[in-house]
Design a protein around this ligand. Structure first.
Ligand code: GLN
Length: 535
């Protein structure tokens, strides 16, 4: 019978609940258990697809085209549990469904209420994942912080799990902060209070993960244990890692977190082998080479906006035994040629990521031109690829007005334009070209050699495409159209001719990169940057 672990957060946000939940998942998977992961987001949006990256960070896309929270990316990188639409639950989805049923008259005259109707809908959604055949444990991360008004129905649903399934099948892990005050002294009071809030809702945590800048000494762990009723060995010190987040499962395992979970849930104690995690971390720590990559985007102030890209670059770095130093370059500030050269002079390559809207586009185009003319490796992803095509049309085909109709609807050279089926779409949510689809790569192109095969499947999230009207002119001018949809109707990848590494892809390869399986485009890009740096 499937078991359920709820991961909640206390004290404040941004403590790394997603990575903590993913690490628990990794450890249980390592013990041979078949796990699933769910992220609950207590906001009213149906999904984060319509939110600004500044509000929400990256939108992570699954194969089946769900636009989800970036924590699903953490789950994908730390575990091999399958992720799809059902693994992301929001308040918006829950209320939308309950209201739909109410309009259908499905509640037979009853008053529709948060308890039991909303909580039942939440539970059903969790069971839909956990009740799948062969699933041993489902880990549910509840977004937000205990005490938030928005989280209450989800915490209440979680509490009911104990009532419905019994104590053996449900476990609560609570992540808190143990801050240090001016002289470095660690303080446990915020943790005590946050556990108190959780207990007021009827949830007694079984395990505490205590974030702190350093290891929490045993006497303090005992004090936390005494005040919170959590066994002292289950008060885990989640101290800050020095180098890479991939150390976190190791830190938890050293303190026997996986053993404690197995014991408390009555799960079989199969052997644990974390050698490959250890090797991964050791390889990273021992890497001597350093690659400096310029990320030329418009949401550069918020690290989370390009979360999977950063991670995929690190994976590419690991594959090349190198550390990555990211230089965040705000494309808005590249309009002045001198500033542009100054910003790009000391990088070994640039990556132009995805994005929406006109702001910052001209700076990206200038950066692409600089990279193409100076042999600097350049990796364009989604919007980044569109920018590379616009730049080529402007500077090689000499069409100064070349643009995307997203930014210049009336240009005479709309080298990037809207898909036919997108033209009449008025609703923004979930209506882009979304999810996995196949592309066929042209033999002997750089990209085909990197993948080592001709047919690939990658995930999309965009409305605009390379215009077929200009395909011929672009390729006559030398731009290599290196990948297409299987029916050849859409261009999926492009390459600069006679260039060390100039590749643009309409899809998002970053979503499929894992530390154990670095994506070939990211490994290839980092290798090219290393070469460039040598010269
Ligand atoms: N704005 C572009 C489009 O919709 C690119 C989207 C993206 O980079 N994800 O096609």
């Amino acid at each position: 019978m499937s078991k359920y672990i709820f991961v909640t957060g206390g004290v404040c946000s941004s403590l790394g609940k997603g990575v903590a939940a993913a690490s628990v998942g990794a450890l249980l998977e390592n013990r041979g258990l078949n796990i699933r992961m769910i992220k609950i987001d207590p906001y009213l949006n149906v999904d984060p697809g319509t939110m600004s990256p500044y509000q929400h960070g990256e939108v992570y896309v699954t194969d089946d085209g769900a636009e989800t929270d970036l924590d699903l990316g953490n789950y994908a990188r730390f575990t091999s549990s399958p992720l799809s639409k059902i693994n992301s639950i929001t308040t918006g989805q829950v209320y939308q469904e309950v209201i739909r049923k109410e309009r259908e008259g499905r509640f037979l005259g009853r008053t529709v209420q948060v308890i039991p109707h909303i909580t039942d809908e939440i539970k059903q959604r969790i069971f839909k994942v956990g009740d799948q055949k062969g699933v041993d444990v489902t880990i549910i991360e509840i977004g937000g912080t205990v005490g938030d008004i928005e989280s209450i129905p989800f915490l209440e649903a979680a509490r009911q799990f104990i009532h419905d399934l019994g104590k053996e099948r449900v476990l609560f892990i609570h992540l808190t902060l143990v801050p240090s005050v001016s002289d470095g002294e660690l303080k446990t009071k915020p943790t005590q209070h946050s556990v108190k809030s959780l207990r007021e809702i009827g949830i007694q945590p079984d395990i505490l993960l205590c974030r702190a800048s350093k290891t929490i000494p045993d006497d303090l762990r005992r004090k936390i244990s005494l005040f919170t009723n959590v066994e002292d060995k289950a008060v885990i010190s989640a101290y800050d890692v020095q180098n890479t987040i991939y150390e976190i499962p190791l830190i938890f395992s050293e303190q026997n977190l996986d053993e404690i979970v197995l014991k408390k849930m009555g799960l079989p104690h199969s052997s644990c082998n974390l050698n490959w995690w250890q090797e991964l971390v050791d390889t990273y720590n021992k890497s001597k080479k350093l690659v400096r990559i310029g990320l030329v985007g418009k949401y550069t102030e918020l690290l989370d906006s390009y979360k999977s890209i950063y991670e995929a670059l690190y994976h590419g770095g690991m594959a090349n035994k190198s550390k990555i130093e990211l230089k965040r370059i705000d494309s808005d500030k590249l309009m002045d040629q001198e500033k542009l050269e100054q910003s790009l002079r000391d990088v070994d390559g640039i990556l132009i990521p995805g994005g929406f809207g006109e702001r910052g586009i001209e700076g990206m185009i200038k950066a692409a031109a600089y990279a193409r003319e100076n042999g600097l490796p350049c990796f364009g992803i989604c919007l980044g690829m569109q920018v590379m095509v616009i730049e080529y049309a402007r500077n090689v085909l000499k069409w100064p007005d070349a643009n995307s109709t997203e930014f210049a609807p009336d240009t005479e050279h709309p080298v990037i334009s809207l898909l036919e089926e997108q033209i009449d779409i008025k609703m923004y949510g979930g209506t882009m070209r979304l999810g996995a689809s196949e592309s066929h790569l042209v033999s002997n192109t750089q990209i085909q050699k990197l993948y080592g095969r001709k047919i690939i499947s990658e995930r999309h999230r965009h409305r605009y495409e390379v215009s077929n009207v200009f395909r011929r002119s672009l390729s006559r001018a030398g731009l290599i159209l290196s990948g297409f949809t299987p029916d050849s109707t859409l261009v999926e990848t492009i390459e600069w001719p006679d260039h060390s590494w100039g590749i643009g892809v309409q899809y998002h390869p970053e979503f499929k990169s894992k530390p154990v399986l670095p994506h070939p485009l990211f490994s290839g890009f980092v290798a090219a940057c290393l070469d460039y740096g040598k010269n």
